[in-house]
Design a protein around this ligand. Structure first.
Ligand code: LLP
Length: 389
């Protein structure tokens, strides 16, 4: 019996838990991203932090996207997967000297710098190498992304970027940093944004800032609006692809780009989330007094989002067509927060059944840990089935 798009008979031979990536869906998503962004000639950089599975990276790179990286190792992984260095941007509040040197050696497109001291260090290291580093300033636009407070980034209280109030001072320093080329402004207001009016607010803020800078004679070549487009965790089957059409159109309509200015964005989740599921088996069904538990062999070590952000992932029993019952779906880890979903509606479940935790392609596999000395989950692609062993 097969439910949805899952090859259960193949799963029978594999050790659970594991990530399963539907690469046909990933390719459809990328086709749409490409089609919609090309209408306006926007540059899309995939945010590697969402998922660095090397097979997925190779597929994404093959669509001509650039890469948004937050560590030296991500830059290395991007280049190895075929992303061209001239399309790599490098963000992060705490870039180390080693990482900056690595990025300089690769001649990446741009450093998204987040503090004055960082600018000085990039300048110093670039000078030593006799290079000029391209930098954009990450601006904290103080726009509320209306998302979970752990994944909102663009408010004054967050650690990210330069506050607009301090910008003049920083811009005044840049000409003295002779091995930097100041090419753009970078923004990112948060993640899993489903209320698109937050992006409209961002456009207003970018327009105001550009007007201010223009008055001072500064027009930059590049504007990067970061990532953040949300996906539908409730209904992955009905909304398997985020609404990129509306997203790109919103920026086209609301952002006043200057002549020759290039727009960049950095989606992560919206590219890879829906193509991934965490596949786990029911180890035990345990009847409580007022509820029953489905204890599964995946835990918060494999998918930490529910424990960390109270995130919702749709769970389906892909082995059963029995009438639905309610279960608390929990993992085996010795932590009370190791709960995937309380009062979850599932087809009648038994020991050995496969459950799919949907929409787990972003911030799933990459955030796995070895707590309790568990093995890291393996990953399989639908088009290849066996990857990473
Ligand atoms: N650009 C910057 C500067 C970012 O900080 C992020 C995400 C992105 C782009 C990509 O954002 P996306 O399109 O994926 O929303 N682990 C959390 C999400 C953390 C996001 C951090 N920054 C989660 O599981 O929800």
């Amino acid at each position: 019996m097969i439910k949805g798009n899952f090859p259960i008979e193949k799963f029978e031979t594999l050790q659970t838990p594991f990530y399963y990536y539907d690469t046909a869906l990933l390719r459809q998503t990328l086709d749409i991203v490409k089609h919609e962004s090309e209408q306006y000639n926007y540059d899309v950089h995939y945010a590697l932090k969402a998922n660095v599975n090397s097979d997925l990276l190779r597929i994404i790179a093959s669509y001509g996207l650039g890469a948004d990286c937050v560590s030296g190792n991500e830059i290395q992984a991007a280049i190895e997967a075929g992303f061209p260095a001239e399309k790599v941007v490098f963000a992060g509040v705490g870039k180390t000297d080693r990482e900056i040197n690595r990025a300089l050696d690769f001649d990446i497109f741009c450093f998204n710098a987040e503090s004055e001291q960082e600018l000085q260090v990039i300048n110093m290291l670039a000078t030593k190498k006799g290079k000029k580093a391209r930098v954009a300033l990450r601006i904290n636009p103080n726009v509320d992304a209306h998302t979970h407070h752990y994944i909102t980034t663009g408010l004054n209280e967050n650690k990210f970027g330069f506050n607009i109030e301090n910008l003049d001072k920083v811009i005044a320093v840049i000409p003295s940093l002779t091995n930097l080329e100041f090419i753009g402004l970078h923004f990112h207001i948060g993640s899993q944004i489903t209320d698109l009016s937050s992006f409209q607010d961002l456009c207003v803020r970018v327009n105001e800032l550009q007007d201010d800078l223009e008055e001072k004679g500064i027009v930059l070549k590049h504007i990067n609006i970061g990532g953040g487009l949300g996906i539908n965790y409730e209904h992955p089957n009905h909304f398997p692809i985020a609404d990129f059409e509306t997203y790109f159109r919103l920026f086209h309509k609301n952002l006043r780009l200057r002549e020759g200015q290039q727009l960049h964005c950095e989606p992560g989740r919206s590219i890879v989330a829906q193509c991934g599921s965490l596949i786990t088996r029911v180890t035990y069904i345990k009847k409580g007094i007022s509820k029953q538990f489905a204890i599964v062999d995946a835990g918060m070590t494999d998918l930490i989002r529910p424990a960390l952000y109270e995130a919702h992932h749709r769970i389906e029993n892909i082995s059963s067509n029995e009438p639905v019952e309610f279960y608390d779906v929990v993992g085996p880890i010795c932590e009370s927060s190791d709960v995937f979903q309380k009062h979850c509606e599932l087809n009648g479940s038994r020991r050995g059944d496969f459950l799919a935790l949907r929409s787990a392609g972003a911030y799933g596999e990459i955030m796995a840990s070895r707590y309790n000395l568990r093995e890291l989950p393996k990953a399989y692609l639908s088009e290849k089935l066996i990857v990473n062993g």
